[in-house]
Write a protein that binds this ligand. Structure first.
Ligand SMILES: Nc1ncnc2c1ncn2[C@@H]1O[C@H](COP(=O)(O)OP(=O)(O)OP(=O)(O)O)[C@@H](O)[C@H]1O
Ligand SMILES: [Mg+2]
Length: 303
């Protein structure tokens, strides 16, 4: 089957800034595909090259088999876009926005059901400026779906939303896919990528540094799990480090973090502790995409 999106050796510079150095990936129909990376990594430049808003210096880009530069008008009818810097005129009412955007397309879905689906029915006559952050985001999603697109590009959809609104938005993204659409999700949130994406490309400094399913990325690197606890008694780190499943043990004030792998890690640590000292608040953490990023780059995603 033809991929929905195909990118080969994409490069884009702005003067002396190399925004996208060398990016390749392809996206299959029905996927939620993530483009994940820190601020300035080149995510927006990549995605805007896919939708014909930026002209690449080099490389091949195809979306639905079309060249986004030469066939931009045809492509625009078949894709949905929510841009990172999206904004509307303050006084524009919700229904007017839908009406206006609908006029750009040769074919649209009726917008009343869209408003209901995205929880905006009661806001039909509300001016854009008077919508909450979450409502604005939902309006942008509704606008992106107006032409019943085959593929939807969402750039930093949940930035600026509170945790509850973010989770609600995640459900909406899953609903878009459930309607048979392909979703390209740009984010710098690790948890969001992990929760939503079937596959993702981690982009750093204009390059793809990892490309796979989130779980496979985490498992593939064989990263350590962590056992974390607090203790006000003296902890013998050497004894913990001597356990067969343990790779490292670090103390920071009362907080001790033990790194290791294997089924016996937690029980081994607990047994050792119970024999010698009192401890509180013991919990375990599995390796996450955050750890993958740190492992690959030596940096936190936000620094
Ligand atoms: N129009 C432009 N003119 C000049 N430089 C630009 C332009 N757009 C982006 N850049 C630069 O290109 C690099 C990549 O920017 P881009 O917006 O693609 O990153 P991003 O991964 O989307 O970042 P963020 O997470 O902050 O949205 C950055 O160094 C940025 O400053
Ligand atoms: Mg961006």
């Amino acid at each position: 089957m033809l991929p929905i999106v195909e990118v080969q050796n994409l490069r884009k510079t702005y003067g002396t800034t190399v925004a996208v150095d060398d990016v390749s990936f392809s996206i299959q129909a029905g996927e939620i595909f993530g483009i994940l990376g820190p601020n300035g990594a080149g995510k927006t430049t990549t995605v805007e090259s896919l939708i014909g808003l930026r002209q690449p210096d080099r490389g091949k880009v195809r979306v639905l088999g079309l060249d986004p530069q030469r066939e931009r008008t045809a492509l625009a009818q078949r894709i949905g876009i929510q841009l990172q810097q999206a904004n509307l005129a303050d006084r524009l009412k919700v229904w007017e926005a839908l009406d206006l955007f609908g006029s750009f397309y040769t074919r649209t879905v009726p917008w009343q059901p869209l408003l209901e689906q995205w929880g905006l029915a009661e806001k039909r006559d509300t001016a854009f400026v008077n919508l909450s952050g979450g409502q604005k985001q939902r309006l942008f999603i509704a606008l992106a779906l107006l032409n019943d697109p085959e593929v939807v590009f969402l750039d930093e959809l949940t930035t600026g939303l509170d945790p509850q609104a973010r989770r609600n938005t995640w459900k909406l993204v899953q609903e878009i896919r459930a309607q048979g659409k392909t979703v390209v999700l740009v984010t710098h949130f690790m948890d969001e990528a992990e929760a939503l994406c079937d596959r993702l490309a981690i982009i750093d400094r204009g390059k793809v540094i990892a490309l796979d399913r989130p779980a496979a990325l985490v498992r593939g690197l064989g990263l350590d799990s962590r056992v974390i606890f607090e203790s006000d008694a003296g902890v013998n780190l050497a004894d913990l480090r001597a356990l067969p499943q343990v790779n490292q043990a670090i103390q920071n004030g009362q907080r001790v973090t033990v790194y290791g792998k294997g089924d016996g890690l937690v029980s081994g640590v607990v047994k050792e502790l119970e024999a010698h000292i009192s401890f509180q608040n013991l919990r375990t953490e599995q390796p996450s995409l955050e750890d993958v990023f740190i492992h690959l780059t030596g940096r936190q995603i936000r620094e």
